[in-house]
Design a protein around this ligand. Sequence first.
Ligand code: DHE
Length: 524
Amino acid sequence: MSARHLAAALAWLLAAPLWAATPVTPVTGARAAALYDQHCLACHGTGRLGGMGPALLPQSLERLKPGEILATLRQGRAATQMPAFAGRLDDTELNELAAWLGTPPAQPPQWTATDMAVSRVQYVAEASLPASAQLPAGVDPHNLFVVVEAGDHHVSVVDGDHFTRLARFQSRFALHGGPKFSPDGRFVYFASRDGWVSQYDLYSQRMVAEIRVGLNTRNVAVSADGRWVLAGNTLPETLVLLDAHGLMPRQTWPVRDRHGRLSRVSAVYDAAPRQSFIVALKDSDELWEISYNPQAAPVYPGMVHDYRMGEGVALPGFLQPRVTALDMVLDDFFFDPAYRHVMAASREGRAEVIQLDTGVKVADLALDGMPHLGSGITFERDGQRLMATPNLKGGKVTVIDMDRWQLVSQIATPGPGFFLRSHENSPYAWVDAMMSPRKDTLGIIDKGTLQLVKTLSVRPGKTNAHVEFTRDGRYVLLSIMENPGELVVLDATTFAEVVSLPMSKPIGKYNVYNKINRSEGTSH
Ligand code: DHE
């Protein structure tokens, strides 16, 4: 072993978590693997890569609470095909299997171009789809809502004028990130944490195509010209470009940084005014930009744009990633409406503003705690363009002046929250407190006075989570994120309840019009 490898091994040992040294039930890999083959493989696939059931790799299970793997093995999962194994396996077997599932496989899992191609399913040819929306009379195809129900992995399509459910279909396991729409609002694209990308036709309420682009995926972005879908993966560490019509894979980029290290993707975004995708990375101090403008001048591959070296402007070439070196890992992004600047935050609570053309940092931002920039909104107040973001670790909404990049206000809210939403036609912004003991309380902020003017507990004791406005901003649709849960429609001015639909742990919901028109009160 070379000195470098020895030092690396020592560093790894020293960095190993304390629990690794404390006695736990020994994982007899061979026995657990045999139990897996006998009881789990048929649903969860060879190599734990997933099949009818989700992948069971440590990366797929990392969001479970301690003890949840064992509890699921024992009790099964309600409303799914996962049976209870208590009684079929004894305690030692269950413990060994649970511990083994939490350890990485001996051979790092692979997901090749062939795997991707084989996984692709075309359910219906786009050419055979109806030319216009097949919806009940009076339904506005641009005021539809797509609601993600995480409880039993389904999606509902809801009419935003009459608040009736028009369709409900099974989704892939654990959708994450906002579903993204084609520019005309006809197709909606979903990404599942399990690596699947789906194309669904809202006009005929049919799934068009699906493909598994990786083993662990963060989200997708759709190009403003409707031609491309970009998926960002954490396992393997890749970006996958798909044809938006049928999801044929066109290009895969391994995300290797300028030091040669692979990085997981944190999220991909469509920067419509720039005709490019922007990529946030989880493990590297880099930002990537990939132009989908066929007129973009080519750049030489692997070019790094390092503002600290005083380099000039170099725009990204057509389908060629341009790398901007950052001074730290920044993986949560928010863009100004023209996409000239990105506000970028680190997990440690540091944040800065970077000019996207030059790669130059133009400001440090006073954002403590853990701002959730991805859920930020903008609005105008007294001629000033403001940006507001919730905070996962602090009961506050932070308001920033986007012209001067200065802190305007910290508005105290009922507790740390995930989502903030508003609409051009509403004087209010709505924030949840779902990361706190007051998870049942929404805060309503007056965008004029920047004061919290009301708190609302629509279903006391239950998680009042994500909200989204209707196309005209008159109503708010709220997720009661429980199982069984509800989608509650509220009057956006009087806050009175209008109607409620039963749902299975609804999380996010997405209004076609607000998304394709890039409403300033929602994410894109
Ligand atoms: Fe999300 C969007 C990151 C955990 C529900 N989430 C996003 C986006 C990012 C992100 C970067 C914006 C991309 C987009 O919309 O396409 N989320 C993260 C995390 O890093 C974090 C904290 C931990 C993780 O392991 O992923 C995380 N997210 C969650 C959850 O636990 C939530 C509540 C439930 C879930 O799905 O697992 C959750 N995230 C959402 C939702 C959106 C989202 C509903 C889209 C919001 C919208 O209105 O557009």
